[in-house]
Design a protein around this ligand. Sequence first.
Ligand code: PLZ
Length: 443
Amino acid sequence: MSSFKGGPSLPQERKIVTEIPGPRSRELQERRKKAVAPGVGSTLPVYTVAAGGGVIVDVDGNSLIDFGSGIAVTNVGNAHPEVVRRVQEQVAAFTHTCFMVTPYEAYVSVCEKLNELTPGDHEKRTILVNSGAEAVENAVKIARYATRRPAVVVFDHGYHGRTLLTMTLTAKNMPYKEGFGPYAPEVYRMPMAYPFRSELDGPATAAQAIDLITTQIGAHNTAAILVEPILGEGGFIEPSPGFLPALDRFAKENGIVFIADEIQTGFGRTGQLFASEHEGIVPDLITTAKGIAGGLPLAAVTGRADLMDSVHGGGLGGTYGGNPIACQAALAVFEALEAEKVVERARRIGEIMLPRLRAMAERFPQIGDVRGRGAMTAIELVVPGTRTPDPGAAAALARACHERGLLVLTAGTYGNVLRFLPPLVIPEPLLLEGLDLLEEAFR
Ligand code: PLZ
């Protein structure tokens, strides 16, 4: 084991001492090829030994600036000291009992906190599970149970997971669905109000979706409308104003459960605790994961007590759901969010990044669109002077950033979006250096 200590005590600096990936990472990559199924990819195969604040340190001693947060997970920073402390205490006390066998307080505390923090002051209940996909699956189960209706409505460019149902709910074929069918029944996809690419505005696109639901499914057959308030994997698409409120209204008028998938947008990422709040949406059910537990596997469905209470006892659960170690991590995250004003820091990151990205768009015609909120921002790359997606440019830029020690991720239905998800606690000098490196990569 290395002697590296992670967390915010790691030197907050970019340091490149080998090519990226370095020799030890390349060795490990060779070992991996013989052991790990190639269906699981890695954006940047540098092998990690420590991470914290705004950096990731690899086996070759390189320190990279982190604009990925493990896909929007380490919002309060990697190996946050309070997460580490609570996890260590818990792991020494007991690692597992199964909440369905003998329960424990931390599970209850996490549910109380989620009921309090999620939008709306109505009475709520929560269940805890292991992954985002599992949370979405359970939200659909609950909506179907409560309404006794089969159909689920989702949207173009949406992403909800990789299990049979959630892969079906996901829009993009390659790599998520290709060859993995047949898919689950009773899933209907509607148009998304994608400001950069739609001809229609938000309310008009919602009207189109509502017309399709009414004529092709029947509102009375529709259990749920499921949507990410800002689309994540689909390319950080912020639906045009008025789109979400119109759908929310339609759902409420027709007894359809409105489910907000806040797995990527949640926990302060967008400069509000939840992205639904930007347009004042109060979802019936909300799914959370990722940022909830500082890197430990935990996810939740939180929602209206009447819906959650409708399911028969024993109808929901799983061996590890709400594992005590993951629950302790979540409790530490909730504390850190408040104590360190993490949501404000996300807002500040947006205030720094968006103007810089817009200035780059003036200079580099490959940038067709700059968008996002808080610490969830992106640029969409196109063939200059057109809206034709240019995934090659996104891949080349990502590579140039990686070589310089800046970890960035791509996204988008066309693979042509470069997205930026720094930990919300990234020190400002590193954020600025990351932006400089991005600009250098363009040149
Ligand atoms: N819903 C909105 O963003 C996970 C997926 C990465 P799990 N996004 C990252 C990949 O290629 O697998 C995600 C999401 C939204 C659901 C999920 C699924 O969450 O914890 O990955 O199951």
